[in-house]
Design a protein around this ligand. Structure first.
Ligand SMILES: [Zn+2]
Ligand SMILES: [Zn+2]
Length: 144
């Protein structure tokens, strides 16, 4: 198991991930496009494996599923780091771009591909899911 570290743009928030990601996905939902101007690359991780230093601000929205999604970001530089869903409190989503070494993970699927813009570059060699992957189901195994 590799222990991974990461931080926000200004360095006020740092984290350690002491668990392997359960899945790595590029998300093309409209919320992610608002946040990142593109798809976001996210790791689904067990909440127990994630620890952080520094203070986070939060913003909660209600998803189409009716679950509330809380996104956490650095109040100084605005970098989005983590998210969690009310439906699955045992997991966290970590924005892969904040990793010290983003090459240490590899996306295994595009999700919400249905709402990707016409100009989006989606890797055809990985799984394509038009909307939410397996709602309430078991997370897909992490890619090697
Ligand atoms: Zn920051
Ligand atoms: Zn998204």
């Amino acid at each position: 198991m590799t222990e991974r570290t990461g931080q926000c743009l200004c360095g006020a928030v740092g984290y350690t991930l002491a668990a392997e990601p359960l899945a790595v996905r590029v998300c093309w939902c409209r919320d992610c496009q608002h946040l990142a101007a593109n798809g976001t690359v996210n790791m689904l991780v067990p909440a127990a494996g994630l620890s952080h230093t520094g203070t986070l601000s939060e913003h909660t929205t209600v998803a189409d599923s009716g679950n509330s999604v809380t996104r956490q970001f650095c109040p100084s530089c605005g970098t989005h780091l983590f998210a969690r869903s009310s439906a699955r409190p045992e997991f966290r989503v970590v924005r892969a771009g904040t990793l010290e070494d983003p090459s240490s993970i590899r996306p295994g699927m595009n999700i919400w591909a249905n709402s990707a813009p016409a100009w989006a570059c989606l890797d055809p060699s990985i799984e394509r899911i038009e909307r939410q992957p397996v709602p309430g189901g078991k997370p897909a195994p992490a890619q090697a």
